[in-house]
Every structure is written in structure tokens, then in C-alpha cells.
Design a binder for this molecule. Sequence first.
Ligand SMILES: [Ca+2]
Ligand SMILES: [Ca+2]
Length: 336
Amino acid sequence: MAKLQGPLLSVSAHGKLARDLIYSRRKENNICRQFHMPDKKITLKQWTQRHIIGLLTAHWQVKSDTEKLVYEDLAAASDLRISGFNYFIKVAQADMATHHGLLAYYSCNESTGETLTDNSGGGNHGTLEPSYPANCPVRIASFRENYGNALDPDGINDYVDFPTGFMDYEKTQPLSFVFCLGLSNGHNQAAIFTKGAILTGPTLIIYYDQDNGRLLFWMKGTPSSTAIRIYANVLFADTQRWNHYTITYSGNGLASGVNFSKNGKLVTGYVLTDTLAGTIKNAYTARLYTTGDKIGFCDAQLDEFRIYNRVLSGDEITKQYNLLRLDKERQRLLLH
Ligand SMILES: [Ca+2]
Ligand SMILES: [Ca+2]
């Protein structure tokens, strides 16, 4: 019987977590239950676990008192003798979708193999395409050693396919997309993430237009002349540097429901079309780096890609960004 008494960790301790502490895992669902001071360099898996706990801590910090009370009551009703925060950290690691709204998380840290692992526990693993290992996105060193590898496609025909049914949502579904992009020599209107075919029908597309420095969010409905098309100028001119972006969508079917941020700060969106009608659901598999009809191949390097089934607040986005730059070494995310 594992010892379950707390406290395990605290909100106030979090500022030191990534620098000073090492976690140990117990067998129960790989849940992190203990930490101790380091006596050796941490492993990549330990860092990833810290990062996940950092994300959960940021989420806790933006919860309302009412939302926190749910976990405080659950903690009190348990025999664990831990705080509501610690109870949240415990249960959220075992079910990231229910407690954190995390649909998928790609840390891109595999060193080999055709699989892009979904670190959320949701099982939505990607597959490197069109043919591993000779013809597909390659793995490169990411923006910092602690963030392991990143994906680097050729911009010609490389992409990542996700399982059938993944992200098969209607326009009423709130969503948030979080990702780090490292841009090299890009293409105009290149696809970053898509669910659908750009030419034929209902579609969700995130793409960048490097010449114009735009990140664009596009939902096409039925008929396909109806759409939300909204873009933000995010200064892609800083080629070869990594940046952290988010796109949030409220599920209201309107451009007013879309917000962008770059490196933790909100960025103004400019509306091109605001006439979405019908459905955005379609039979194409979700993809990185191209559309369902395989056009608009992108060559941007990608890491720390997450999708949420809720709208991240500005505060939470800033806190998530700050996780990437906790110490002096990370005063520049923007790396290489
Ligand atoms: Ca290729
Ligand atoms: Ca990584």
C-alpha cells in the first residue's frame, strides 16, 4: 500500500519546481507523487512531467474559488489528507481531458519510430507520413535541451496524420490550440493543423502566410462559401526563431470568438469573413503540415503542440508561456 499522506507540493513551491526538484513516479498510472532535491541531471521524461505539473499549476491558479472548492471538497472527503490543489494535481494527471480539458499533447520527444506520441493520455497518436523513415518530418533538437526534440518537415510532401475521428467536432465546440513554431524558409499559406480539405467543403484550418506575417484561423461551413476567416499579424519576419502561439475559439460560430496570442500576449485579430453557417464536420483525418486534400505543405518546425476542449484565458496563456522561460537560460524562448 503506497503512502499517500501529503502535502505533496504547493502552489507557492511551484516557482522552484523546474529548477530545484526532481519527481519520482509510482506505478499507479505514472502519477507523480513525490519529489526530492536533485543529485543528478534530470531526464527528459522527468522534465516533461514537471512541465505537465506546471501546466496544471497554472490552471489551478486561474480557477475561481468555486472551481477550487470542488477539489477541496473531494480532498476533504478522501483519506489522503492533502490540499485541494494537491488533489487536483493527483487526479488531473490520471485524466487530463476531464480535469485539464487537454485533448492532445505532442512534446515531439521521440528519438525514433513513425509515431508522434500523444502525451495527454488521450491516445491520439500521430503517424509520420507519407513514408517513415525516408520521407517524413525529421526530428531535430528543440529550442532548449529540456524540451527534447521538435518536428521538422520538408515543406514539400511531409506531414503527420492523426487517427480517424480525432477532432471531429462541430463549430459549437470551444477549442484552444497552443504551439511553438520555429520558422525557416516557408511557403505562402502553408497549413499547420487541419481537419478537412481546403478546396471542397467543411474544414478547420490553422495556417501561416509568411510573406504577410499572418497566422490565420479558418472554419469553413456548408455551403463552403460560409466561413470564419480571421488572422493576426504575428511578425513571422523573425525567421529562424522559435515563438509560442495560441489560438482560442469560444464555439460561438463567430469571428468574435477567436483570439490569438504570441509569446504570452494577446494579438489583435483581423476579420476577413464572418458568415459561418451549417456544419464544419467532415470525414478527413486531422493533419499537421497539410490539408485533407494534401495541399499547402508547411515547413515550419513545431514543438509543444497542445489542443484543449476549452478556452484558455489570457492569464493562463501567459502562465503557460512563462513555464517555458523559468530561469535565466530561458530569458529568450527564441532560441537556436
Ligand atoms: Ca519529403
Ligand atoms: Ca519537444
